[in-house]
Design a protein around this ligand. Structure first.
Ligand code: ADP
Ligand code: MG
Length: 744
């Protein structure tokens, strides 16, 4: 036990859970003889006890045909205690999670079981349904296409399975409701998060956005055309990490003479040029986005999938559309937005499960006060993880990779090749086809279809090329004993990811439940990871066969990855510092809004502010009519002012960084401004509401009295945080370039 503590700092001691589960083993015979009714009583008697474990194990066995292993029950108990459990791929987290969800439900809590896509939400809900039914618990699921009625019904269940973004979008839409009946989501209680590291850490700072239709904003084709003629190194520079691009003094001159204006006096144009440059120089077609059906669709780099609902912040979206000479899509105004982290921190209880939690243990503690419980596999993992094969150049690597695939495929051994992006998948597939192979390529276009394909990736002769997370959550079983004899599934990574967790997730596709298997990554000195994070290092010399075996090379690859991980955590931390203030204000304002929506706070405030007017209006109509109008008036202005407040915050962040050049700490400055801004927001709501109330004409619709709500709303995720640090840096670079030039 002491050794376990020493080995895994920050992790939970699971020994007490193990003792409970051992005690449950002794109750198995007794449980076998009980009726479902009796088992339910036994489970409800003490959630988290040995009796509970023995009872739910027996119910699962009878209803699902799978008898939970001890390790799964340990995972269940750790989740019931509010931890994130680390259990390897294929260990049966779905079942362990369902047992925990049942435990929370028996404690009287409603559970939101969050998954990473719609397909998995529905699959898990339907798969576990017989178990829940036998426990007398209700279960529902939500998908993107679900109607408000379906959503309301699903949320009314004890356990609701849904993609985390759907839950966030429901929250945002509810938050705009002007009628209590129109909301779908109840007060959050328990979040049980699958793939917890991706959701809680990797996607934490992704904002979920609710936008409303406004008049279409103008795209800027002239600026896109101008920027297309600029060249790197002369007109503009890209920073070491490849995240920012900025004009040089030469570039600024060129742009100014082409546009015939001074950029210094036209900050709006500076932003447009900047966005165009960002679209031109940093976003690569088929890597960062694809163009399909005349529209730009983003590729989520960490998952290598096309994200249907994702788009960039409006300006950048328009810039990319202009770059690709596409018609501009609808632009809108951000009505409200919440980050995934902001969404999750609303839940009083959070727990989760994933194959890779320890590596983000620090982040989970820092951002969510969560601990990690490490659970050993049911059967020891015997997969061989080969050291990286490292080559000097990309071409050397690609040749060696193709040779290895051809050789291994000839034996009949199934191979799963994980690529870093869609473009790489396509080019590798092309190369393999030219060598007479027929790979199946998965780009995460259709989760259900790809789940079916990936499920067969362990069959004899299977050759599957997949972006990192296509088909994730689906188990790869070995097709036959013959496959096991050949060494099981061979996983090949075409490059190391910017985080070792992503590497481990790919490796984990092989060697499930004690299966044989092997994994290996191919790396080159020209890989983006090395170029971006260790630009000044050169790898040691290669051996005669073209491969670098010097230990220093492996060290440098690991080092580059650790730098990448550090940069990501720092960005996360920095974004959260800013968004936290906003999320707190948002939460406070929404409490206030709820009192108006569900109660009479709006009417009361207006009656207090304008007693005469209130009486007069009641005499004209009725108490009820005035109260309803008052509610609509205050809700309208509250929502309107919040939208403006968000815009103000965005400007504030940009402006703060300009001031930061004068040596003030940006976050302190920001906080100093944020509180007065919030006070002003409250005053503004009151002021505008009273003005509307004074002018109120009860005989005509409110929409005709300047209280028109957005005609349509839609939701999306942004992969570049509009309030995020990338933008600050872009802006800072431009402004300092301008300053430098002015002086010079
Ligand atoms: P994970 O999410 O941990 O990768 P899954 O929940 O997808 O794993 O389960 C992997 C496979 O293991 C599934 O096919 C499931 O049916 C099977 N499984 C889970 N628990 C058990 C069990 N106790 N006995 C037998 N099979 C199980
Ligand atoms: Mg799973």
């Amino acid at each position: 036990m002491i050794r376990r503590f020493l080995e895994k700092p920050g992790s939970v001691d699971i020994a007490p859970f193990e003792r409970t589960v051992a005690a449950a083993g002794a109750l198995a015979d007794r449980a076998r003889d009980l009726s479902l009714e009796e088992l339910r009583e036994m489970a409800a008697g003490g959630v988290g006890s040995a009796e509970f474990c023995a009872a739910v194990r027996e119910v699962a066995d009878r209803t699902l045909g799978e008898r939970p292993f001890d390790v799964q029950l340990v995972g269940t108990l750790a989740m019931l205690s509010g931890n994130v459990v680390e259990m390897a791929t294929g260990e049966g987290k779905t079942l362990a999670g369902a047992l925990a969800a049942a435990g929370f439900a028996l404690r009287g809590k409603s559970v939101h079981a969050m998954s990473v896509n719609d397909y998995l939400a529905r699959r898990d809900a339907e798969w576990m349904a017989p178990f829940y039914a036998a426990m007398n618990l209700t279960v529902g699921w939500i998908a993107e296409a679900s109607t408000p009625e379906e959503r309301r019904a699903a949320y009314a269940c004890d356990i609701t399975y849904a993609n985390v973004s759907e839950i966030g979008f429901d929250l945002l839409r509810d938050r705009l409701a002007t009628d209590p009946e129109a909301t779908v989501q109840p007060v959050p209680q328990v979040a049980l998060v699958d793939e917890a590291d991706s959701v809680l850490v990797d996607e934490a700072r992704v904002p979920l956005v609710l936008a409303g239709a406004t008049d279409a904003g103008a795209a800027v084709p002239e600026i896109a055309a101008l920027v297309r003629r600029l060249s790197r190194g002369y007109h503009f520079e890209i920073d070491d990490e490849g995240r920012n691009v900025f004009l040089t003094a030469k570039g600024t001159d060129t742009v100014e003479s082409a546009l015939g204006i001074s950029l210094y006096d036209h900050p709006g144009t500076v932003t447009e040029v900047n966005l165009a440059l960002h679209a031109h120089a940093l976003l690569v077609r088929d890597v960062d986005y694809i163009v399909r059906d005349g529209r730009v669709q983003l590729v989520n780099a960490s998952r290598g999938r096309v994200a249907q609902l994702q788009r960039w912040p409006d300006g950048l979206q328009a810039a990319v559309e202009a770059k690709e000479k596409l018609a501009p899509s609808d632009t809108g105004e951000i009505l409200d937005s919440i980050t995934i982290q902001g969404l999750l921190t609303r839940y009083p209880e959070i727990c989760g499960m994933t194959g890779t939690a320890v590596a983000v243990g620090e982040n989970l503690r820092e951002f969510y006060k969560l601990k990690v419980a490490v659970i050993a596999p049911n059967r020891p993992c015997v997969r061989e993880d080969e050291p990286d094969r490292i080559y000097p150049s990309l071409i050397d690597k690609e040749l060696a990779l193709a040779d290895e695939i051809v050789a291994q495929h000839a034996t009949g051994r199934p191979i799963l090749i994980g690529t870093l992006d869609v473009a790489e998948s396509e080019s590798l597939a092309k190369e393999l086809r030219s060598r007479g192979l027929e790979p199946v390529v998965l780009n995460a276009k259709n989760d259900a279809e790809e789940a079916a394909i990936i499920a067969r990736a362990g069959e004899l002769g299977a050759l599957t090329v997949s972006t990192q997370m296509a088909g994730r959550g689906t188990d790869i079983r070995l097709g036959s004993p013959e496959v096991a004899e050949l060494g099981g599934l061979l996983v090949i990574g075409t490059g190391r990811h910017p985080s070792s967790r992503l590497d481990d997730q790919l490796r984990g596709r092989s060697g499930r439940q004690g299966d044989p298997g092997r994994s290996v990554f191919f790396v080159s000195g020209e890989d983006d990871l090395l170029k971006a994070y260790l630009p000044d290092e050169t790898l040691p010399k290669a051996d005669k066969d073209g491969r670098i075996r010097d230990k220093q090379a492996a060290y440098l690859v690991g080092h580059a990855q650790r730098i990448a991980e550090g940069v990501n955590t720092e960005i996360h931390r920095n974004t959260w510092r800013y968004t936290r203030v906003l999320e707190e204000q948002r939460a406070r304002l929404l409490d206030h809004r709820d009192r108006i929506l569900y109660g009479d706070a709006g009417a009361e405030a207006l009656r207090e502010a304008r007693p005469e007017r209130y009486r007069e209006l009641v005499e004209q109509s009725s108490e009820e009519a005035v109260a309803t109008a008052a509610r609509q008036i205050v809700l309208f202005h509250l929502d309107r002012c919040w939208t403006d407040h968000l815009g103000y915050f965005a400007d504030l962040r940009e402006g703060i960084h300009l001031r930061a050049l004068g040596r003030l700490s940006p976050i302190d400055e920001f906080n100093r401004e944020a509180l007065p801004a919030y006070r002003k927001l409250l005053e503004e709501i009151e002021k505008r509401s009273t003005a509307s109330f004074d002018a109120l004409d009860l005989s005509s619709p409110l929409a005709e009295q300047g209280l028109k709500r957005p005609s349509a709303t839609w939701t999306y995720l942004v992969s570049e945080n509009p309030f995020g640090s990338d933008w600050d840096r872009v802006l800072r670079r431009v402004s300092s370039a301008l300053r430098g030039r002015k002086k010079g």
